[in-house]
Design a protein around this ligand. Structure first.
Ligand SMILES: C[C@@]1(CC(=O)O)C2=NC(=C\c3[nH]c(c(CCC(=O)O)c3CC(=O)O)Cc3[nH]c(c(CC(=O)O)c3CCC(=O)O)/C=C3\N/C(=C\2)[C@@H](CCC(=O)O)[C@]3(C)CC(=O)O)/[C@H]1CCC(=O)O
Ligand SMILES: NC(=O)c1ccc[n+]([C@@H]2O[C@H](COP(=O)([O-])OP(=O)(O)OC[C@H]3O[C@@H](n4cnc5c(N)ncnc54)[C@H](O)[C@@H]3O)[C@@H](O)[C@H]2O)c1
Length: 211
């Protein structure tokens, strides 16, 4: 069996079609809200939450049965109806290059959504490729405890310091050393990262000048 290839997709302005308006559709819709994707739900019925998002203008809900023309221009398609045959025919409505997940057929899907969470710019995703979504969810919970909210500001710090180091530090070995040393638990837990960074920079600069 071939293995999956993990990626993160930038979906700004991309059309994502979700066929079905039940619990699974709702979970997918919520996961797509912050991505900037143009989310279109097609289903005669939809959960209260999907209807609310439609009213607020965050997504589009077409209250009717699915039609093959709905697939046009979609980058991703989620077949989440409670009708297995219909879910299979949605895959047939799609073109070969479109990304299609069939909610009740992991093997027939060409992508799977991993269990995931974010801490600012840090994104952590866990996939079992459909073997056990419940295990993926359980591991996600464990990782959420381990990678707590402090990672959000830590990532902001790492990102800004990395930019500064790449721009300002010319010495290649000092640059490498700094990039490596800022990724340490000391900086994660530090009460004053900026001051600690200046101290680290001065110490490593001194070391580099002496060697
Ligand atoms: C990760 C997560 C993301 C998301 O949905 O966004 C996700 N499922 C989640 C939860 C979950 N799913 C199910 C339960 C009920 C308990 C159980 O049955 O175990 C729970 C638990 C719950 O609801 O809490 C049932 C289930 N899921 C699939 C089938 C079909 C089948 O196996 O045939 C069935 C049986 C349906 C039935 O027979 O009724 C299929 C898929 N589910 C996937 C993703 C993809 C593979 C991911 C992977 O394995 O890595 C894949 C292939 C397709 C897809 O991409 O949708 C999300 C966790 C969010 C989180 O907590 O972080
Ligand atoms: N992928 C997953 O994570 C996961 C998790 C649980 C269940 N499932 C599977 O996903 C499927 C959906 O589960 P659910 O709990 O969301 O079901 P649900 O019954 O809550 O929702 C099904 C939706 O499909 C819509 N629908 C039916 N016929 C349609 C048509 N012709 N065109 C458009 N929409 C139509 C219904 O109006 C309804 O909104 C089931 O097959 C279930 O086995 C998948």
């Amino acid at each position: 069996m071939h293995s999956g290839y993990p990626v993160t997709l930038r979906l700004v302005g991309k059309k994502v079609v979700i066929v079905g308006g039940g619990k699974v559709a709702e979970r997918k819709v919520k996961g797509l809200l912050d991505t900037g994707a143009e989310v279109v739900v097609i289903s005669p019925e939809a959960t209260d939450e999907i209807q609310g998002l439609h009213r607020e203008g965050g997504i589009v809900w077409r209250q009717r049965l699915v039609d093959p023309s709905d697939m046009a221009d979609a980058l991703m398609i989620f077949a989440t109806t409670n009708n297995p045959q219909l879910n299979q025919s949605i895959k047939k409505m799609a073109e070969a290059h479109q990304l299609v997940t069939i909610a009740d057929d992991p093997g027939g899907s060409n992508f799977h959504v991993p269990a995931h969470f974010k801490r600012g710019q840090l994104s952590i995703a866990v996939s079992t490729g459909g073997a056990s979504p419940t295990l993926a969810s359980k591991i996600r919970e464990q990782l959420e405890d381990q990678f707590d909210d402090s990672y959000e500001s830590y990532l902001e710090f790492l990102s800004s310091k990395r930019k500064w180091i790449l721009k300002e530090v010319e010495d290649a070995s000092l640059k490498r050393n700094l990039l490596k040393t800022i990724v340490s638990s000391d900086f994660l837990t530090s009460a004053n990262r900026e001051d600690d960074f200046i101290r680290l920079y001065e110490a490593l600069l001194k070391e580099a000048r002496q060697s």
